[in-house]
Design a protein around this ligand. Sequence first.
Ligand SMILES: NC(=O)c1ccc[n+]([C@@H]2O[C@H](COP(=O)([O-])OP(=O)(O)OC[C@H]3O[C@@H](n4cnc5c(N)ncnc54)[C@H](OP(=O)(O)O)[C@@H]3O)[C@@H](O)[C@H]2O)c1
Ligand SMILES: *[C@@H]1O[C@H](CO)[C@@H](O)[C@H](O)[C@H]1NC(C)=O
Ligand SMILES: *[C@@H]1O[C@H](CO)[C@@H](O)[C@H](O)[C@H]1NC(C)=O
Length: 318
Amino acid sequence: MAVFLLLAGMVVVGYMIFHNIFVKGAVCKSNVKLYGKTVIVTGSNTGIGKMTALDLARRGARVILACRNKQRAEAALADIKRESGSNEVVFMHLDLGSLKSVRSFAETFLKTERRLDLLINNAGIYMQGSTEDGLGMMFGVNHIGHFLLTNLLLDRLKECGPSRVVNVASLGHNFGKIDFNCLSTHKELGVGESATDVFNIYCNSKLCNVVFTHELAKRLKDTNVTCYSLHPGIIETELGRYANSAFLMLLKPISMLFFKNSVAGSQTTLHCALQEGLEPLSGCYFSNCTVRNVYPKARDDAVAKKLWEVSESLCGLL
Ligand SMILES: NC(=O)c1ccc[n+]([C@@H]2O[C@H](COP(=O)([O-])OP(=O)(O)OC[C@H]3O[C@@H](n4cnc5c(N)ncnc54)[C@H](OP(=O)(O)O)[C@@H]3O)[C@@H](O)[C@H]2O)c1
Ligand SMILES: *[C@@H]1O[C@H](CO)[C@@H](O)[C@H](O)[C@H]1NC(C)=O
Ligand SMILES: *[C@@H]1O[C@H](CO)[C@@H](O)[C@H](O)[C@H]1NC(C)=O
């Protein structure tokens, strides 16, 4: 078993090395400017979200950094203002692990801002635990927090159309499954503390991102709002910060050499947010700035509808 895992690991790493050296990532080709437009990027104090926010600020957008940690967000705010030369960047507190915080963010935003052209649901966590509301941490933050946030902001997006919602999912959604029985008993899509359990539960939450996007697109038909999900690439960020430390030490040299940086990691998000003419692909999943097919489980109408309804009830939208 151990030998098999080691071999499988070597194959995966070997492939990633090959992929990142020999296969160049695509870049967002749109040079659209965003003067007069307002965008929200969740989890934009570091990693992919920070580089996404910086790019949008450079294009002239008013950028709302929706982050949970004031100190980290204010440091990022200063960096983004300096590097973009824009003053149209603001921090608003948002903790996606708290339904109360999501509601209060939406209320403040809707009261103080006039537009919303792009909602970028980027924040993500790779960690076991529970949210303030007793949901599993990864399901609660990665899916439910963004589900509630999106719903609370939908009317504003509709008023400002053409507008877009971009959900940062992951290639890992391919390994995910949505177990409604587990959800009803544990308010999480899996149980366990082992490295494999955590990985699976993360993948389950990322499958929710893709499935949510599928259902959202259907519900947004006949509006001027479209939505997209995506895999950003294998990117060196802080995402693994809570993972097992031996695992992290092993991963560090590999990630330094072969993982892409956050600028590369923001390209597919930017493509989904900005590329002209993407509207007919609303609800689709992208990787490397290209639309991709997904497995049937990621576009199952019945599962998508059920996930929507369960999510509504879990965040008290009904
Ligand atoms: N890196 C990769 O290879 C990779 C691959 C596939 C998909 N992704 C996805 O890409 C997205 C961005 O991840 P990243 O790699 O840039 O990771 P990261 O460097 O860890 O950034 C994640 C961001 O999410 C924020 N966040 C976490 N929990 C939050 C909460 N409860 N409320 C509000 N914000 C919260 C973090 O804030 P704090 O700094 O305060 O913790 C941080 O700003 C995630 O959705 C991730 O699943 C990444
Ligand atoms: C990503 O896109 C670039 C440019 O469009 C292309 O050269 C490359 O082969 C693509 N990589 C993958 C893995 O599809
Ligand atoms: C969508 O946008 C078009 C062009 O701006 C507009 O004519 C139409 O009324 C909008 N539709 C809705 C449902 O808002």
